[in-house]
Ligand binder design. Structure first.
Ligand SMILES: NC(=O)c1ccc[n+]([C@@H]2O[C@H](COP(=O)([O-])OP(=O)(O)OC[C@H]3O[C@@H](n4cnc5c(N)ncnc54)[C@H](OP(=O)(O)O)[C@@H]3O)[C@@H](O)[C@H]2O)c1
Length: 473
């Protein structure tokens, strides 16, 4: 019997498309799904004449795979992943490779990795980004875990990955949960860029009174320039999409609440644990949380006053404001990348990942949601200076900061004067202003802590730890 080269467990949208992608590269793929009907439907609709081998029990599935077995899990993250692994592990042999391609929490990956290694199995936490289309045509793949295990699957993973300007968007990041952690940070950056775009849309709509089509023209122009990337491209397309019921832009009929569960939230939770400043990503998570308070917001709109007068009246000309907005969004997007990569650097030290930040930028260049032209110079910056503390310190980003920070300030003044919330853009400016301030007011914080809690403080003029009896003074 000809055995399958690769196995996929989980035939929902991601699993199905990855199976077709792997098979399309010339491999025979065994497939299994908990619910047999889903497997039957998949084979009937997509599997006829293809090198896809359906299995209706895990025993049968395991039996069809060549050794060492290479198995990719694409099932719901959390308890479902454990449920599958509990059944799968006892059926495998030493050296078999199990890849979790789901959005698993990195701490869960660590636990599963330990349990797999106790059985002599190679476990890899594999972040996969790109949604349905990426899974089929080439996702961005961020792998971590046992290096020997990765070597066995590297050939297949690099073949199915998106092909970017710097090679296949697939990389091994290091031991443990490094792959899933890099995916978490990818999603944190994604949250921040999406919110920055949403804030730009709100400013153009409520500040300038622009129509969806006019705004689409702006995003189209931005996408054609240095800011170009998938999220700008889809924003243009969304703004042009009509609602078949109203004839107006569909986006204007969509409820204004967004969920903030999962990887974006984990990115901020981890930043808090590490004590690393990633406020721009955090504000994007909190902006979604605030959006969820729909009823309260509708009620508060009638109670809490803002600046007087109708909003659609920014004093600057449309053209001048949109030009400044471009600068503001450019710096906000760059700050999101800068914070995300800085968080990867801190997590790498804390969690022993030994991450290559240039590789992170490289695998994000194609296939994933945050793919963008800016990632090409970002990769170059980290190749040339792997220990770069913050992206904005390197060229061409330093020059972009110098060119655009007056525009970011102007946009924020307009937004604040007119009461239009811009949490992500504001936090980007506050972060960089804080980062470039040699003396922050934390001296007063130290004094306050020493006053009420005798927490002690350091001085700027001599070494040592000091305490003052503040009340006596
Ligand atoms: N959708 C995306 O764009 C995207 C992008 C990147 C990563 N991911 C991640 O990729 C994974 C798959 O995503 P998805 O959207 O294709 O599917 P999903 O909706 O997250 O999961 C559905 C799959 O999980 C299986 N499943 C659920 N509970 C199970 C259990 N207790 N035991 C065994 N199997 C169980 C389902 O089997 P049944 O058919 O039997 O219910 C089905 O195959 C997830 O971890 C997701 O977070 C998704």
């Amino acid at each position: 019997m000809n055995r399958a080269d690769f196995g996929v467990i989980g035939l929902a949208v991601m699993g199905q498309n990855l199976v077709l992608n792997v098979e399309g590269r010339g491999f025979t793929v065994a497939v299994y799904n908990r619910t047999a009907e889903r497997t039957q439907r998949f084979i009937k609709e997509h599997g006829i004449g293809k090198k896809i081998v359906p299995a209706y029990s895990l025993e049968e599935f395991v039996g069809t795979l060549s050794r060492p077995r290479k198995i990719l899990l694409m099932v719901k993250a959390g308890a479902p992943t454990d449920a599958v692994l509990d059944q799968l592990f006892p059926l495998l042999n030493k050296g078999d490779i199990v890849m979790d391609g789901g959005n698993s929490h990195y701490e869960e990956t660590e636990r599963r990795l330990t349990s797999a290694e106790e059985r002599g199995l190679c476990y890899l936490g594999v972040g996969v980004s790109g949604g349905e289309s990426g899974a089929l045509h080439g996702p961005s793949i961020m792998a971590g875990g046992k290096a020997e295990g990765y070597k066995e699957v590297e050939g297949i993973l690099t073949k199915i990955a998106a092909q970017g300007p710097q090679g296949p968007c697939c990389a091994y990041f290091g031991p443990g949960s490094s792959g899933h952690y890099v995916k978490v940070i990818h999603n944190g950056i994604e949250y921040a860029i999406m919110e920055a775009i949403a804030e730009a849309y709100d400013l153009m709509k409520r500040g300038l009174g622009m129509t969806p089509d006019e705004m689409a023209d702006v995003f189209e122009a931005w996408n054609a320039g240095e800011l170009g990337g998938y999220l700008f491209e889809i924003t243009e397309r969304i703004l042009r999409h009509p609602d078949s019921e109203t004839g107006k832009a569909l986006v204007e009929s969509i409820l204004d609440t967004a969920k903030q569960k999962g990887t974006g939230k984990w990115s901020t939770q981890s930043a808090l644990d590490l004590g690393t400043p990633s406020p721009t990503v955090a504000m994007a998570v909190f902006a979604r949380a605030l959006s969820g308070l729909k009823e309260e917001r509708v009620a508060a709109e009638k109670i809490l006053p803002g600046p007087p007068g109708p909003v659609e009246q920014f004093p600057a000309s449309h053209k001048a404001f949109v030009q400044d907005l471009h600068g503001a969004v450019t710096l906000t997007v760059l700050t999101a990348y800068a914070q995300g990569l800085r968080q990867l650097r801190d997590a790498s030290v804390e969690r022993g990942y030994n991450l290559d930040l240039a590789e992170a930028a490289r695998v994000w260049m194609a296939g994933c949601i945050i793919r963008a032209k800016l990632l090409v110079p970002i990769e170059k910056a980290f190749r040339e200076q792997p220990d770069l503390p913050l992206l904005l310190l390197a060229e061409p980003f330093l020059s972009l900061w110098k060119e655009h920070h007056p525009a970011l300030r102007k946009v924020l003044i307009q937004a604040h004067e007119h009461g239009i919330p811009v949490p992500v853009m504001s936090s980007a400016l506050d972060f960089v202003d804080g980062y470039r301030t040699g003396r922050l007011p934390a001296n007063l914080l130290q004094a306050q802590r020493d006053f009420f809690g005798a927490h002690t403080y350091q001085r700027i003029d001599r070494e040592g730890t000091f305490h003052t009896e503040w009340e006596e003074a």
